[in-house]
Design a binder for this molecule. Structure first.
Ligand code: V47
Length: 381
């Protein structure tokens, strides 16, 4: 007990002094004997140092234009085979209708990811961004993960930078953080053997950051990985962030087992969710924001996460499929009043942000009209 107290106090001193935590510190904090409230208290110190008392959210929607995918990731319930009746591909008109719906609902962001369709050419993916951007130029398109960019490399044989240049020219605003899963090959090879490996994923984000394209980062936890694999993952992200400063946020993604190839695994408990949130905040001392993605955590745990290192609930979210196909029981969408209430009840000041973490101001009489205000204070902005 005393040894544990001494170790925890030493980590507490590091946190108070702004010193970096080591791999061993991270592993120590994952031990169930280390009280969750102590880990949360330390994470809160970092959270408040970086983001004060603000609790961010945005008004956004999701677009998954196809679920047909060449890959067979064991954790995925969303994907479909080419000839499976479950498979779909949206038409340009359906995609544009989603853009119109987003704008009518005051969305500032569309989060666009999907399957890697066996028969769709590179131009289909670029064109999707282009038609949406031309029709709705103020809607920020956070589109295509590093895994999709890697697929475009395969399709075109072009370098990553040239692909990102095409996409930015078409209207891409930033990249989501999906596809990171767990970087360590002991786990990655079992989850998604043929997909972009850790170095590829990181290198694509490195290229994006060098071009001034901001990106997000994620970690899929609660399946076959150990605490070591999680801390290793966080350290790899931290190292890239030291180099580029281009990550805006980190999103720990709790595994949902239903309808997946790993359906015998129990989904992570709320305690594991909160511990992972807090340890992520502590390890990733250089990434400005930590997102409690309410869709996958559940509303209650996401709200509690605001005291365990998280500063952002993500968005109102419409049309989310990836988690709901895997058994998420959260609603399909939250109203702005609901999300603001959740943040306020957690004792934080609700702030609407855009994708690039700038404050959004709205006309209360006409809430679909909005302006971007000043940048929200963060270490790398
Ligand atoms: O890469 C897939 C994960 C990710 C399951 O950038 C699953 O702001 C749990 O990346 N159980 C896509 N997770 C979602 C994503 C994301 C979400 C919200 C915000 C942002 C952002 C990014 O979802 C995939 C994979 O890691 N995933 N299936 C599942 N059954």
């Amino acid at each position: 007990m005393n040894t544990m107290r001494t170790r925890l106090d030493a980590i507490g001193n590091k946190v108070e002094n702004g010193d970096r935590l080591s791999l061993e510190d991270g592993l120590f904090l994952y031990q169930p004997e280390v009280p969750l409230n102590e880990v949360g208290r330390l994470a809160n110190v970092v959270r408040e140092r970086i983001n004060g008392n603000f609790g961010y959210y945005n008004i956004n929607t999701h677009l998954n234009a196809t679920n047909v995918c060449v890959y067979r990731c064991t954790f995925c319930a969303f994907r479909s085979d080419l000839r499976d009746p479950k498979g779909y591909v949206m038409s340009d008109d359906q995609i544009l209708a989603r853009g119109q719906e987003a704008v009518d609902n005051g969305c500032t962001e569309m989060h666009i990811v999907g399957g890697l369709h066996h028969q769709k050419p590179y131009e289909w993916y670029v064109n999707l961004v282009r038609i949406l951007h031309e029709a709705y130029p103020r809607l920020h398109l956070k589109a295509w993960t590093a895994v999709e960019i890697n697929w475009f490399e395969f399709l075109t044989k072009k370098p990553v930078q040239a692909i990102l240049e095409d996409l930015v020219e078409a209207g891409l605003g930033s990249m989501p953080g999906g596809g990171a899963e767990i970087f360590h090959p002991e786990v990655r090879d079992k989850l998604c053997e043929h997909k972009a490996d850790a170095n590829k994923w990181l290198d694509i984000h490195r290229t994006a950051h060098r071009m001034g394209v901001r990106t997000n980062s994620t970690m899929l936890y609660g399946h076959i990985e150990s605490p070591y694999h999680r801390i290793d993952h966080l350290i790899r992200l931290r190292e890239l962030q030291d180099e580029t400063g281009g990550f805006q946020t980190f999103v720990p993604l709790a595994f949902h087992p239903d309808n997946t190839g790993l359906s015998s695994i129990q989904k992570p408990s709320a305690v594991m969710d909160l511990r992972t949130m807090a340890i992520s905040r502590l390890m990733l001392d250089n990434i400005p924001h930590i997102k409690a993605y309410w869709i996958m955590l559940g509303i209650g745990t996401a709200q509690a996460a605001m005291a365990f290192g998280a500063d952002d609930l993500d968005g109102t979210v419409r049309h989310e499929l990836i988690y709901h196909d895997a058994g998420a029981t959260t609603p399909e969408c939250l109203g702005v009043d609901d999300i603001r209430r959740l943040i306020a009840e957690a004792g934080r000041e609700p702030i609407e942000r855009d994708t690039l973490y700038r404050r959004v101001a709205r006309d209360p009489q006409m809430p679909h009209l909005w302006e971007v205000g000043e940048s929200i204070l963060s270490p790398s902005s």
